[in-house]
Design a protein around this ligand. Structure first.
Ligand SMILES: [Zn+2]
Length: 213
């Protein structure tokens, strides 16, 4: 889904593209699958090579469709219904391959919803998937990119869990649409950060993003 928006007080038209959160009824092979084998039909799993190809192509097309001042990438990450962390741990074949030796224990951990060191292995791998995909999009797209992120290790839903630091060099700005502003404000910010529908705060780069069709 491609939307357009402007910054308050600015005329430039910016684009915003939702990547992995969508009605994916036509592509059941691409659904994320939870620890009970139940698919999430409202998303596609970013670790799958076909999903990455699809997303990169959509970014390429969206970027070329208008002279955007920038293109924001939304939902570059692992979804999980209702933002539930344990539900977001995907067991599609590509994710299982990525988990390697901790695959089996992770399945138990996700079912029992308990803390375990295997979660750290999973989260690190997840970030490498998001980083790799962002890198490929950067190479494929000529317009300035913005990233919607929560800058929080476990974040699920419509935001990436890459930090501002990790996104440095790949995107020109980050947007945040929720979370603890004080915690985010304490993080290093190597680029402008914009708030989407959040209270004005000194950490945001002087503007609130107003989304519009
Ligand atoms: Zn998966």
């Amino acid at each position: 889904m491609l939307r357009r928006f402007r910054l308050r007080g600015e005329d430039a038209v910016r684009g915003s593209l939702v990547l992995t959160r969508r009605d994916s009824a036509a592509s059941p092979d691409l659904w994320p699958v939870n620890a009970y084998g139940v698919a999430d039909t409202t998303a596609i799993c970013p670790s799958q090579p076909l999903v990455q190809e699809l997303v990169i192509e959509e970014c390429r097309r969206a970027a070329a469709s208008y002279s955007w001042a920038s293109l924001e990438l939304v939902a570059l990450g692992f979804a999980g219904p209702r933002g539930d962390f344990f539900e977001s741990i995907c067991f599609c074949s590509a994710c299982r391959y990525g988990y390697g030796a901790v695959d089996g224990i992770l399945e138990t951990v996700a079912r029992e919803r308990v803390e375990h060191p295997s979660l750290n292995t999973m989260l690190l791998w997840r970030r490498s998937v998001q980083y790799g995909l962002l890198q490929q999009i950067r190479e494929a797209v000529g317009v300035p990119l913005w990233l919607r992120t929560a800058a929080s290790l476990r974040y699920t839903g419509d935001m990436s869990s890459l930090t501002f630091e990790e996104a440095r060099g790949l995107v020109d700005a980050c947007t945040v649409s929720g979370g603890d502003v004080e915690r985010l404000a304490a993080l290093p910010r190597p680029m402008p950060i914009y708030g989407v529908g959040m209270p004005e705060h000194e950490m945001f780069a002087g503007h609130i993003v107003a989304e519009a069709e």
